[in-house]
Each structure stands twice: as structure tokens, then as C-alpha cells.
Design a protein around this ligand. Structure first.
Ligand code: 13P
Ligand code: SF4
Length: 354
């Protein structure tokens, strides 16, 4: 709904009543009706830092998905409560790596005799359990805006990287930014015994990629790139690194949501862009830059929202803000202290990357 005026007013009143007690974070994939109430917007890296930089806010309302709220809880003080307006806002990619599967993977690496050479690098888009595993085994977290620096750091610590859970970000970064070949990468399938790999394959590999992916970005294809080039001669194709390797290879530019926004801000008037990322963001950018004569289209012909990001809508935000304003703490996301300790170690390694 393009913002029911009654709900907009209720959100405004509740937020005003809360004042500095509340800080609202909005990921770039959130709906317009939610983004209008965000105190800051950003990609997952920027939001993690912004959450940590607000110790005076009693409530951090995270308009995003569950793993982002967990990370915010880890990086904020115990006195602060992180709130997710709809508890069903998960992430299908993060769900593709469970703590049990990852522990089993480490056993496989140990049996193959390679575990002591492996440094785990986990994408922000993972549960707190996976982040804790990463911290415990000397690894770091990365986001789509610092994946290259995270891989460089990890290759200084060890010979091999176990990259979790997004195979595409791992492969794209290794091949595009680190000069590795596709043959240096192997795919670990958590649903197959031994990950579907032999000990020899594990010994030869430089990048062990977890078999996870984003269902939203996974829908873009080389055909969508070819189609848009035929439809819009001179178009610049800009995609998110969660897209498949062949899509990234066919594109002109690749980067995180924050990178995409900066690239469009810097683009000259009259330029044309096809963007391969979530639709709420692409539509917002198309509207924003239309006035500057920049033509921005969605890379695919079919719509492609992130359904879990979209669960956070204005009714959920109003309910959250009104509850908090009445002193009722709802939908708090709290990571247990033991998990938090090691997950924080991994997140702090990321925040300290050069
Ligand atoms: P970034 O905002 O870090 O680019 O991440 C994209 C994403 O898929 C978040 O869920
Ligand atoms: Fe997860 Fe993909 Fe949605 Fe991001 S866009 S929250 S990675 S499913």
C-alpha cells in the first residue's frame, strides 16, 4: 500500500513520543513506506557500524532481516534492545548453513588433514551461530562491500578459505578480485556425505565454497543481461555480487547496494542503467534519478522482491513503535552470551579490516 495516511500518522506520533530512545535502521531493500521512518539507511556493513555507534538509544528498531538484527545485538550494549518488527523476516540464504552442518564440515576438513590451513570467512548473511563458529576458528565476517579485503586478510592467515554461506559472493570475489581461477574453487554440498568432495579435492582447493545462494539474486541470468542490452543500446549493467558468476562476468559493474547507489549518484545525465538487485531498491533509485535524466531499469523482466525483507511493512512498524512507546518491549532479538562472545570476535575482525 503506498502508505495509508492513518498509519503514517500513527508511526510519526509514536516515533516522536519515543524521541532519542529509539533509533530506526533501514536496509536498502526495505519498502518505501518503512524507509521513510528510518533514521539511517544502508547496506549491511554500514548498518552494523551505525548500530554500534548509538549507545544512547534504548531501542534499536531494525528494519531488515533476522541476521542483521542479531549482528546489531552483538555490536550494541547489553542495556540496548534490538527489535525486529516481524520475527518471520528471515533470510533463505542464511538458513542454508546451520550450526550442525558447519560443525560436520569442519570434521570433514579435519579428516582430510586440511583444517589447520583453513580460515573461515562468513558473509554477514549468516546466523549468529555461524559467526561464532567463524570467530572460534580464527576467521572473519565480511559483507559485499569488504569481501575483497576480508579474503586478502584471510589469505595472510592461512592457505585456504572456507567461505560461508554464499557461494556466489565467494566465487566472484576470489575470481574477480583475487585473481584465483574457477578451478581453485570447490563447492561443499552440506547435503552430501563429505560435502560431495574427495580429500584430494579439498587439499588442492584454495577456496572451499559453501553451497548456499540468494534466491532473489539467483534469478538473474545471462539471458536477462543480453535482453536488456538488446532493448537499451548503450545500457550499463550493474549487478550485486550475490548474482551467479556468469551474470557478474557479463555485467559492466559489480558491487554492494551502497556501491550501486554511489555509482548512480556519480553517473552522468542521459546515461542508462540496468540494475541486478532487489526491486524495492531499484524502483526507489529509478524514481529518485528520473529527475536527473538517468534512466534506470530492473535487470529482469519479472518482479523480484525479497519476500522476507518485505515482511517488514508499515503495519508491523506501527505496532512495534506504538508498543515501545507504551513501554512494551516486543520482538526483541537476543543472542546468548556464549555465541555472542565468539561472533563478536569475528565481527570485530571485520570492523578492524584495513
Ligand atoms: P548488502 O546490503 O550488504 O549489499 O547486502 C545485500 C543483501 O542481500 C542483504 O540481505
Ligand atoms: Fe537473504 Fe537474498 Fe533476501 Fe538478502 S536479498 S535477505 S540474501 S534472501
Amino acid at each position: 500500500s503506498p502508505s495509508d495516511p492513518d498509519l503514517v500518522e500513527r508511526a510519526r506520533v509514536a516515533k516522536e513520543k519515543l524521541g532519542d530512545k529509539v533509533f530506526v535502521l533501514g536496509h536498502h531493500y526495505q519498502r518505501d513506506e518503512v524507509i521513510q521512518f528510518a533514521d539511517v539507511t544502508g547496506d549491511s556493513f554500514k548498518l552494523a557500524r551505525d548500530a554500534a555507534a548509538r549507545p544512547e538509544a534504548e531501542y534499536i528498531v531494525f528494519c531488515g532481516v533476522h541476521f542483521m538484527a542479531e549482528s546489531a545485538d552483538i555490536l550494541t550494549t547489553d542495556a540496548q534492545a534490538v527489535v525486529l518488527p516481524d520475527l518471520a523476516a528471515g533470510c533463505s540464504m542464511a538458513d542454508m548453513a546451520t550450526a550442525e552442518q558447519v560443525a560436520e564440515c569442519w570434521d570433514v576438513l579435519t579428516e582430510a588433514g586440511v583444517a589447520d590451513q583453513v580460515v573461515p570467512v562468513s558473509y554477514m548473511n549468516s546466523s549468529a551461530d555461524i559467526k561464532a563458529f567463524t570467530g572460534k576458528h580464527g576467521g572473519t565476517i565480511c559483507t559485499s562491500s569488504n569481501a575483497k579485503r576480508a579474503l586478502e586478510w584471510a589469505f595472510e592467515q592461512g592457505e585456504k578459505i572456507l567461505f560461508l554461506p554464499d557461494q556466489h559472493l565467494g566465487r566472484n570475489t576470489a575470481v574477480r578480485d583475487m585473481g584465483l581461477s574457477l578451478e581453485d574453487c570447490v563447492l561443499y554440498n552440506p547435503h552430501k556425505p563429505g560435502g560431495g568432495l574427495t580429500a584430494e579435492q579439498l587439499r588442492d582447493a584454495k577456496m572451499i565454497l559453501w553451497r548456499g545462494h540468494c534466491s532473489v539474486h539467483g534469478r538473474f541470468s545471462v539471458e536477462s543481461v543480453e535482453d536488456v542490452r538488446a532493448r537499451m543500446p548503450g545500457v550499463n549493467v550493474l549487478v550485486h555480487p550475490e548474482c551467479k558468476h556468469e551474470v557478474v562476468a557479463a555485467a559492466d559493474y559489480v558491487g554492494s547496494t551502497e556501491y550501486i547507489i554511489k555509482a548512480l549518484e556519480a553517473a552522468p545525465a542521459g546515461s542508462k542503467w540496468a540494475i541486478g538487485t532487489e526491486l524495492n531498491l531499484v524502483r526507489r533509485l529509478a524514481n529518485r534519478f528520473a529527475a536527473e535524466d538517468k534512466e534506470i531499469v530492473f535487470l529482469d523482466k519479472t518482479v523480484c522482491f525479497c519476500s522476507t525483507m518485505n515482511r517488514i511493512d508499515l503495519p508491523h512498524l506501527v505496532w512495534t513503535l506504538e508498543s515501545l512507546a507504551e513501554g512494551k518491549l516486543v520482538n526483541r532479538i537476543e543472542v546468548d552470551p556464549e555465541t555472542e562472545k565468539y561472533a563478536k570476535l569475528a565481527l570485530e575482525r571485520m570492523l578492524a579490516l584495513p
